[in-house]
Design a binder for this molecule. Structure first.
Ligand SMILES: NC(=O)c1ccc[n+]([C@@H]2O[C@H](COP(=O)([O-])OP(=O)(O)OC[C@H]3O[C@@H](n4cnc5c(N)ncnc54)[C@H](O)[C@@H]3O)[C@@H](O)[C@H]2O)c1
Length: 256
């Protein structure tokens, strides 16, 4: 094996990718599987997940779909038990599920706040804890949580979303600190604007896109594949000395 293959080797690794029926998660699952990983794909959307599994069936690795509401602790425990039956472990966990429910600072209710925290933060805690502990037991693993630049800059109508992602990054650091000497790395990626189902409605508005592009030094809105290289770095030998970090992947959105 050449040094490049050794650094980014993912062939035969078991990866669990959440939110894999949509945008960034689906793209990561496809690339990992094309590189020979055995990928468990998880999502709450059964129909889209089955379509994604069908799309991936001829790739180099294997694919197994699991329909799961990740905000529900018993469902996440059930998912772990299924994965532990076969193959018995998870090498890589990518937490890419998430929702946004835009509401202005003048109007957002406590309920709208709670829903976001439950789906975007509590569920990532559940997965990181429940799957991460199996990694700790085995002495190896890499976890990548998908955050957002909303944790770093103020964006309109996003109080709840920003809080969930800020919490996710802080939690990532804390898990990483406790597990660093036990072979498990925990990092996050904070994407900037990216074209997925998540942002489709917003990006249909020409004026919105025009204004947004002025704020992205690279001059382009990202596509899901732009997030997958950084994920590969953080989940393979190449990123062995990186833990507890958030890698901002935003074309410069947060530097101006
Ligand atoms: N698209 C962007 O511009 C952008 C920017 C920054 C961060 N992000 C983050 O990237 C991640 C992926 O987002 P995306 O853009 O690919 O969106 P997406 O809507 O295309 O994919 C998200 C997936 O998560 C799934 N999901 C939602 N709630 C779930 C639950 N309770 N249990 C299981 N699955 C659930 C959805 O069904 C969907 O398939 C999210 O965490 C999002 O916050 C996206």
């Amino acid at each position: 094996m050449g040094i490049l293959e050794e650094l980014f080797d993912i062939k035969g690794k078991t990866a669990l990718v959440t939110g894999a029926a949509g945008g960034i998660g689906a793209c990561a699952a496809e690339v990992f599987c094309a590189l020979g990983a055995d990928v468990a794909i998880v999502d709450i959307n059964r129909e889209a997940l089955e379509a994604q599994a069908a799309k991936m069936k001829d790739l180099a690795g294997t694919v197994r779909p699991f329909v799961c509401n990740l905000a529900d602790e018993s469902e996440v425990t059930g998912l772990r038990d299924e994965l532990i039956k076969k193959p018995g472990y998870v090498d890589i966990l990518i937490n890419s599920h998430g929702i946004a429910r835009r509401a202005s600072a003048d109007e957002i209710s406590a309920e709208q706040f709670d829903v976001l925290l439950e789906v975007n933060l509590r569920s990532v805690f559940l997965l990181t804890a429940i799957i991460g502990r199996t990694m700790v037991k085995r002495g190896s693993g890499a976890i990548v949580n998908i955050s957002s630049t909303a944790a770093h800059v103020s964006m309109p109508n996003n109080v709840n979303y920003a809080a969930s992602k800020g919490g996710l990054e802080a939690m990532t650091r804390s898990f990483a600190g406790e597990w660093a000497d036990r072979g498990v790395r925990v990092n996050a990626i904070a994407p900037g604007p990216c074209r997925t189902g998540f942002t489709e409605t917003l990006y249909k508005q020409e004026q919105y896109v025009e204004n947004l592009l002025k704020k992205i030094p690279r001059g382009e809105i990202a596509v899901p594949l732009d997030m997958v290289g950084p994920m590969l770095l953080l989940s393979t030998r190449a990123g062995i000395n990186i833990t507890g970090q958030t890698l901002i992947v935003d074309g410069g959105f947060t530097i101006i």
